[in-house]
Design a protein around this ligand. Structure first.
Ligand code: AMP
Length: 226
């Protein structure tokens, strides 16, 4: 199963991608996570992208193309992948097709997460992450057990630099302008599955699985083998 998840920041793509990855037994590839890791590790790529990521601006296409091409050629993508955060522009969508075609592959489905703007701002402004393990929390919807520390490793949680209110607004405005042409591109190819993602995570997972034609009542192992 080769899937792309599209949706605005805060739509819950990361949460759903992790669940689908477990269910389907294919890797979750988040370009945002890859870039943040590169920044934290101080690699050449990390130094090149730091300013873009922290201000919420898009990293240049040529650099993203290389990062995605290298990742999609790793052996764990043999049975598929869940791509989260790429493509973000029409040009990136065309590039992704080219990268896959080079290897004789193509996408199976593209899931578009639809969420009301006010819900997004609420979700993003309360989001907290663990800088050690990457776990996500939310001040209101999913608070950590112990006073702003990660439940898994006790690290003090932080707010992502690009989740500050002024950056949130510019990220969402940029998203809307760029995503509709991408959605259209996949709609024309009959790959697009639009999902109302404004509810709690379990309901959204069910909707996605139903839309993909996967029976969510079956045990995980059975779904994975299917
Ligand atoms: P995300 O975690 O998907 O919200 O991504 C965080 C940041 O990483 C974005 O605001 C961009 O600066 C950068 N980024 C992630 N994916 C891409 C992409 N496909 N193209 C350009 N920049 C990206």
């Amino acid at each position: 199963m080769r899937l792309v998840l599209l949706g605005p920041p805060g739509a819950g793509k990361g949460t759903q991608a992790r669940r689908l990855s477990g269910l389907l037994g294919v890797p979750h590839i988040s370009t945002g996570d890859m870039l943040r890791l590169a920044i934290a590790q101080g690699t050449d790529v990390g130094r090149a992208v730091r300013e873009f990521v922290e201000s919420g601006r898009l990293v240049p296409d040529e650099l993203m193309e290389e990062i995605v091409r290298i990742r999609l050629r790793q052996p764990d993508t043999g049975s598929g992948f869940i791509l989260d955060g790429y493509p973000r522009t029409l040009r990136q969508a065309e590039t992704l097709d080219r990268i896959l075609t080079e290897d004789g592959r193509r996408l199976d489905r593209v899931v578009l997460f639809r969420v009301d703007l006010n819900v997004l701002v609420d979700r993003l402004s309360g989001r907290l992450v663990c800088p050690t393990c990457g776990a996500n929390y939310h001040r209101k919807f999913h608070p950590p057990k112990d006073d702003l520390r990660c439940d898994r490793d006790g690290t003090p949680l932080v707010q992502r630099a690009d989740d500050r209110p002024e950056t949130i607004r510019s990220r969402l405005a940029g998203y809307a302008a760029q995503m509709e042409p991408v959605a259209d591109y996949y709609r024309r190819r009959s790959l697009l599955l639009e999902v109302d993602a404004g509810d709690a995570p379990d309901a959204v997972t069910d909707r996605i699985l139903r839309g993909l034609g996967i029976d969510s009542d079956r045990p995980f192992d059975e779904v994975r083998r299917a």
